[in-house]
Design a protein around this ligand. Structure first.
Ligand code: TYM
Length: 335
């Protein structure tokens, strides 16, 4: 790791297969930034446990997500790539930060409100504390920049609040991290309900496109995507959320500005447009699918990468944790 470079930390939950939302909102930024930063890319498995998971499926998804990181172009030699649960400092710092967090600020988090509504009468405590664990992830590595989609902005704001609160209470310790949200693709919406975000854990598989979906599946999902009845391809988030979402996906995949896509499709129908969006997504994701299949054939390589990743991550994380122990007045140790 270079001393001159700034540090990036980011992660994805193994709560489903990576969607084009995760890719365009986060993973693609990681890939583009990996040469210029010291990067920590984590599979945040402990976060996924805030809702009930089937253990066998969870294990499979964890390994697959790590392989998807590599397939998307992240280099395990260049970056520190690991599982959150393999570096216990994450859980421990999370507890220490919980002790300086307030019930009010946690219960005001949008994601908590949404997820707890779904959970019904028994809302898990993990859902409430989730953003504190996320703050611990980030703050352990003296992170400068956190590349995420727009939905994580509020959680990141909380990480900044907790860092500043700790620094005020116990003297300067944590760097206050900045978000990095891409100009294009930061909020990809569901294909079945374009007023809510595309989510990898949605019950209806037609709501999301996974980067591992085969081309015919991708084309079908876009052909069925919810639009409206006036057949005009224009960007209007308020009145035409479905078409607007498709325009944003097309623009994020091809790099073409929205206005020139609108011009190119003026007078054409939704059928043609949906086909073009599907094809752009197939083309963007095809190299990822090809690499994924190859990587998954070498489980020993995957295990070697994540074991080394956890060793490197632990070195930095444990130093930060020891500092926090000292500042908070825990008994001295040389552990
Ligand atoms: P997760 O697993 O929900 O999503 C992973 C990343 O993908 C982005 N994203 C999207 N971007 C655009 N459009 C969408 N529809 C879309 N859906 C998801 C997310 O913004 C995220 O960047 N709490 C985090 C995981 C996390 C984390 C961290 C992230 C835990 N610790 C520390 C950064 C730093 C989450 O649930 O992401």
């Amino acid at each position: 790791m270079s001393d001159e470079k700034k540090t990036i930390f980011s992660g994805i939950q193994p709560s489903g297969c990576v969607t084009i939302g995760n890719y365009l909102g986060a993973l693609r930024s990681w890939k583009n930034l990996q040469d210029d930063y010291n990067c920590y890319f984590c599979v945040v498995d402990l976060h996924a446990l805030t809702v009930k998971q089937d253990p066998a499926e969870m294990r499979r998804r964890c390994i697959e997500l790590y392989a998807e990181y590599i397939a998307c172009g992240l280099d395990p030699e260049k970056n520190v790539m690991f599982f959150q649960s393999h570096v216990p400092a994450h859980s421990e710092l999370s507890w220490l930060l919980t002790c300086i967090s307030y019930m009010g600020e946690m219960s005001r988090m949008t994601q908590f409100k949404e997820k707890s509504k779904k959970a019904g009468s028994n809302v898990g405590l993990g859902l409430l504390c989730y953003p504190v664990l996320m703050a611990a992830d980030i703050l352990l590595y003296n992170t400068d920049l956190v590349p995420v989609g727009a939905d994580q902005k509020q959680h990141l704001e909380l990480s900044r609040t907790l860092a500043a609160r700790f620094n005020n209470a116990y003297s300067d310790t944590f760097k206050v991290p900045e978000p990095y949200i891409p100009a294009n693709g930061a909020r990809i919406m569901s294909l079945t309900d374009p007023t809510s975000k595309m989510s990898k854990s949605a019950e209806n598989p037609n709501a999301y496109v996974s980067i591992l979906d085969e081309p015919d599946v991708i084309m079908k999902k876009f052909a069925r995507a919810v639009t409206d009845s006036d057949n005009k391809i224009v960007h209007d988030a308020q009145n035409k959320p479905g078409v607007t979402n498709l325009l944003e996906i097309y623009s994020a995949c091809t790099g073409e500005p929205i206005s020139s896509i609108e011009d190119a499709f003026a007078g054409k129908g939704y059928g043609d447009f949906k086909k073009a969006v599907g094809e752009a997504v197939v083309e963007t994701t095809q190299p990822i699918r090809d690499r994924f299949k190859t990587i998954m054939q070498d489980k020993a390589y995957i295990e070697k990468c994540y074991t080394e990743g956890a060793q490197k991550a632990s070195c930095t994380a444990n130093k930060t944790l020891a500092k926090v122990h000292r500042k908070m007045g825990l008994a001295p140790h040389k552990l």
